[in-house]
Design a protein. Structure first.
Ligand code: UDH
Ligand code: MN
Length: 385
């Protein structure tokens, strides 16, 4: 009896497990599949394994002493402050290049490009950068051929020295490889006015144009590093949004009308939109305004494929003097109507310094926010600050 009962119990236990297994096996299998798929997704998003490239969001916050002022005040070229002297340092004349020679024109797409490249996160001081990038003489031009365009890279700037050092270290060899004839123009907005990114675009455009009538202007955030060398730093007939795929946003476009980060304009197209608006003080809206100006001038914004328009953004917090602009939406409402009376033709600023170093042209400006508002178009339906 006892034996029988034991056998019965053991048969019952076995059949319980068989029932359990058959009932839940499908669920367990599906759950495991889901778990594996999730893990794979997380790995793909965080490493972006495309072409084996491993990109990271670079963080360069560290306690270094700032050296921009020392670099600028001790630079051997500091006495070259007139436009003529600067032009000479850059190896330019008003309408061409000092060095003559009979070089053939560079290929439209250089032959040696490789696609994805790694962003370099190392920080070198300005003097080391001059040594590492010894071909820079305020400007760079390829030695083997004549570039099709002269390009000004305009960087709106305030107090981001570490970002500037990293950008320079990345972008100089990147553009050398692309055979770009380029000058980097850092436009520094002096304190205490609220930061005005778009106005610095206009100032960069105007000040660079006093030196030379550059063909192409690339407005470039200081914290964005290009990571695909097929993203050509040149200008076509239409303005181009160059930074569509940023690692911070998992390389996905942030919207169909996004126009921030890095954008390119030919001289003609920037003049056609009367530059950017001067009225956006603080963070946000100025890029959308510029997008509307482009559409309002019978042009379109073009983009290259996502696989090419790739950038890594240096990690940062919001800047104290660049809080969210509470007027951005009101301003956006009449962006196109305002275009002809707010921009390159109405800008007011005080240039404090214009200086060239081996690495960049430095334009230091003072912006009087009250004055800008006093002279803003009278029909603006804004409550002035
Ligand atoms: N910029 C400066 N100094 C400033 C403010 C802005 O140089 O004080 C320039 C710089 O070129 C920068 C660009 O303006 O890349 C755009 O400003 P941003 O980098 O602050 O704008 P972004 O949209 O940042 O990248 C939004 C705030 C992010 C907060 C993140 C909190 N985790
Ligand atoms: Mn940024």
């Amino acid at each position: 009896m006892r034996l029988c009962r034991r056998k019965l119990i053991s048969t019952q236990v076995t059949s319980f497990w068989i029932q359990f297994a058959t009932k839940y096996i499908v669920r367990i299998f599906l759950f495991s599949l889901f778990l594996i798929a999730s893990i794979i997704c997380i790995i793909i998003i965080s490493t972006d394994s495309k072409d084996g490239t491993y990109t990271i969001i670079i963080d360069v916050r560290e306690n270094r002493t700032l050296t921009t002022d020392t670099y600028l005040s001790s630079h051997p070229w500091r006495h070259a402050s007139s436009e003529d002297e600067i032009r000479e340092k850059l190896g330019l004349t008003r309408d061409g290049q000092l060095s003559t020679g009979v070089l053939g024109i560079c290929p439209e797409v250089p032959y040696n490009l490789s696609g994805d490249v790694k962003a370099l996160s190392s920080i070198h001081d300005f003097h080391t950068l001059e040594i590492l990038h010894a071909k820079m003489h305020g400007r760079f031009e390829p030695k083997t051929c004549r570039s099709r365009q002269k390009v000004a890279i305009i960087v709106p700037y305030r107090n981001r020295e570490h970002h500037l050092l990293v950008l320079l270290h990345n972008i100089i060899p990147f553009l050398e490889k692309q055979l770009v004839d380029f000058t980097i123009v850092v436009v520094n907005q002096a304190l205490p006015s609220t930061f005005n990114r778009a106005m610095l675009f206009n100032i960069g455009f105007l000040e660079a144009s006093k030196i030379y009538p550059y063909d192409c202007f690339i407005f470039h955030d200081v914290d964005l590093l290009p990571i695909n060398d097929r993203n050509l730093y040149n200008c076509g007939p239409y303005p181009r949004h160059m930074s569509v795929a940023i690692d911070k946003f998992c390389f996905r476009p942030i919207g169909p009308t996004a126009f921030g980060g890095v954008v390119s304009f030919s001289r003609e197209s920037y003049l056609r939109v009367n530059g950017a608006s001067n009225l956006y003080f603080g963070w946000g809206g100025e890029d959308d305004d510029l997008y509307r100006r482009v559409n309002g001038s019978n042009m379109v914004v073009v983009t290259h494929p996502l696989s090419v328009s790739r950038y890594s953004m240096i990690k940062h917090d919001r800047d104290v003097s660049n809080g969210i602009n509470p007027q951005r939406l009101t301003l956006l409402d009449n962006a196109v109507a305002r275009m002809s009376k707010d921009g390159l033709n109405t800008i007011q600023y005080k240039r404090r310094t214009l200086q060239v170093t081996k690495l960049f042209l430095w334009v230091d400006v003072e912006v009087d926010e009250q004055l800008i508002w006093k002279t803003a178009p009278a029909d603006l339906t804004l409550s002035l600050p």
